[in-house]
Every structure is written in C-alpha cells, then in structure tokens.
Design a protein around this ligand. Sequence first.
Ligand code: HEM
Length: 457
Amino acid sequence: MVESDPTPSAREPRLVPIRRLIPGRGRDLMDALVGVADDVGEEVVRLNFGALRPYLISHPDHVQHVLRDNQGNYIRGGDSLMWRALERLFGEGILSEGAPWAASRARLQPMFTAKRVESLVGGMSAALNEGADALAPGQQVEMAREVSRLVCLAINRVLFGDRIPIDDAMLIVQHQDVIARSVRWRILAPFIPDAVPMPGDRAFRNAVKAIDDLVLPVIRRVRENPDGRDDVLHNLATATDDQGRLLPERPVRDDVVATFATTTETTYVVLAWLWPILHHRPDIAERLYAEIDRVVVAGQPISYAQLGELTYTRQVVDELVRHYPSAWMVPRTAVRDDVLNGVRITAGSTMLMSPFVTQHMSAFWDRPQEFDPDRFAPDAPKRSHRWAYLPFGGGAHSCIGMYLFQLEAPLIIATLLSRFRFRPHAAEMPHRQLAASMRPREKIVMTVEAHRQPARS
Ligand code: HEM
C-alpha cells in the first residue's frame, strides 16, 4: 500500500549490497537491477553504490506514487543522477524544474498536440522519402547514423522550418553523442562537486560550445527577421513574456537545444536496435515486410491514412521502446521525508526509476526478455498494471513527444523497408551501453540491398 504521510513507525530501507549490482559474466547493470527488482517485489530498497545510495523504485505502484500521486515531493535536479549533469547542456528550460520548466512546458506543449503532430505527417514523410533516395544497393551504412540522418531531415523540415542545414544538424547529433557518453562519469558520481574535474568534463564543455556555435546564429537570424512561419523554432525564437516582450536569448536557446536533442537522440537510439533484431527474428521480419509491402508504395511518401494501416509496424515500435527504452533511467530527488509501502524515504535522497527495469519485471510481463511485438496486438490481454509500461515517463513531466515518435518511427521503418533490405556484418546482437540514453555499444554496420515490391493486384 502507498501512503503519503510520513509516520514515525516507518521502517528503514534494506540496503542491497554492491556485489549484487556489479556487472559480470554476461550480465550488465540493467540485468542486475531487474534481478533485484524481481526479488524484492513490493519492498522498497536502497542500492549500495558506495557514496551513492539511491532508492530503487521499480514496482509500478511505487513508480506511480513518485511520478504522479506525490509528484510535488519528487523533483528533478538536486543530486538526482543525471539531471544536475545535463543542466549544463539544457539550462533552465523544459528539462529543468519549477517555474522555468512550467513556463517552457506551457510554451512547448501546444506545439505537440495530437492535431498539430498529425498535420506534420505529410512533411515528415516527404523528407524521409527524399532522404532514402541517398541510399543505394551495395552501400555499407552504420544504422544509428543512417537513422539519425533521416530523423534530422524529418525534424528539421517540420519543426525547424529547414533552417538548420543537414550537415550542421548531423554535427549537432555528433556533439550530443559526445555529451551523452562523457556525462556518464557525472551520472555515476553525482556527489562529486562540479569544481572537482572528472573524465569527460572537457569533452562535455567543448561539445556544448560547439552546439551553441551552430544553434545560436540560427536563432538570432529568426529573431532578427521573423518570417511568421508557424513552426517550433520560429515560435520559440519569437516567444514573448506576459508583458509582450521578446524572451531573452538564454531561455530560447535552452528550449531549442532541448527540443533538438529530445527529438533526435531518443528516436534514433531506439530505432538502431531494430535492424539486428530483424536479422535474428525472421518471423518478425517477414510479418513486418509483408505489411509494409501491402500498405506502402516504394518511393512515394506515406500518407496519414496509410500510416494507420501499419498496425504490426506500430506493435514493433511499441515493443522496441519496452525492450530498449532509450530513457532507461528517470531519476528524482525527494524534497521532504515520505513513506512508501511502510519504508522511510529521507529528504534529499535520490529515487531511481527505470522504465527498463519495470518493463522487464517478471511479475508484470510474460517472458520479459523476449522481443515480442504481439504483446501490443489489439487483441492481446490487457496489461497487468498501467504503470508497468512507462517508456515515455508519466505525471507532470511526461514526454511531450510521445505521439510524434509514435508516428515518426513507423514512417522511418516503412520508408526504408519499402525500398531496401539491410544485411548485417556482425552475427551478434549488440550489447547495451548505458549513457544518458541506452544505446547499442557496437556499431551496427549493414549492407544495403535492393527490395522489389511484389506486383499489386
Ligand atoms: C523513443 C522516443 C522517446 C522516449 C523513449 C522518450 C522518453 C521520455 C521520458 C521517459 C520522459 C520523462 C522524463 C522525466 O520524467 O524526467 C520524457 C520527457 C520529455 N520528452 Fe521524450 N521521449 C521520446 C521522444 C521524444 C520526442 C520525439 C520529443 C519531442 C518533442 C520528446 C520530448 C520530451 C520532452 C520535452 C520531455 C520533458 C517534458 C517535461 O519535463 O515537461 N521526447 N521523454
């Protein structure tokens, strides 16, 4: 049972020893955390990482308590793992907390309503189709890079009014990648003060500067010569406060950088996993190929109506974000003492929620380690708990880009597979790498092969 009132009778949490968390023998930290979550079930425990002792919040009831029911008590920031580290990139905007976050959310959310996002399908689809023209049979491509190129083309077209040249957009993605990796040390040791230098710090600073050098001139051009176009970049760059004055450059920059990062990194990192899966699971690949051949005409943009017919493709996407949630960790800091299922939560502590862990708990998922898109079939049994599936978070900070992703990801998959097949160079599935997002550790190199669609009757 979840209580909100701290009581003196609350128990102290049990501490899970570090030896249970150390990766090894083919197990990584994620496997170890899923093992702990399965063992402890409803019990709230702390993880002993030495100086860092976060509470592990894995049971869906408890995730719901922290992210929604008592969300005012659990904030981003403080020492909560990655937030303080990432603040140096994203500043005080949509990825922060408190008043600046609320103002950003109020500016951004209306640009991502269902109606707005649906109106972007045509533009995204046309940009993806043009992007796929650059691929040719026989080419060797690295799939994370290839998908990120397509994502940049689509996002730049519909959100940034094609104002960021594709080469610059790809450079921003590369700098984001440096940041996602270099920030790992700070994520793992948030108790070390910023003044103490750590590995990755210089790479992080240089990458932030390089992103600013690419993004700020674009923002300034729009602010100096607004063209009235109704896209996200224009709306952010020309946003005003409640007195009608143009916002200062800093909050605009923070939101543009955050929007670019969240629309690119999360999406291409998830989609990178698909290609080796198709090699390892021919049963899934054949169903996916057959649906795309039936619905989509190679070389023509995909319409919103066709997108609605790609139901198996959508199931594959839903299972991708269950099995490989790019946002693998959603940390918070407790503001005041609280009690969760009889266990005392001490103010200032770090709460570690992980969509990956909860989405692999055997109490809520049948065969959690298996990639099975049929879990999301329209006639599949109802999920055992609403909060057992949270790839896009939940509560006040829930993802504003969920619907955009759910339309864009099938578009990318169907655009590519209506025209090509991808033959892998490595037989193995890549390993997980835990950075700011969960990504494949090895490069996914594939050879592009032509695909001829069967004649239509
Ligand atoms: C696979 C794709 C994506 C995944 C897995 C994902 C996941 C998440 C998660 C877990 C959160 C909650 C963070 C928290 O509670 O602290 C979040 C927040 C957010 N996401 Fe996404 N996201 C994805 C795509 C996108 C896209 C395409 C956008 C484009 C706008 C986006 C924009 C945001 C923003 C702005 C927030 C912060 C919202 C707030 O704090 O008010 N995301 N996302």
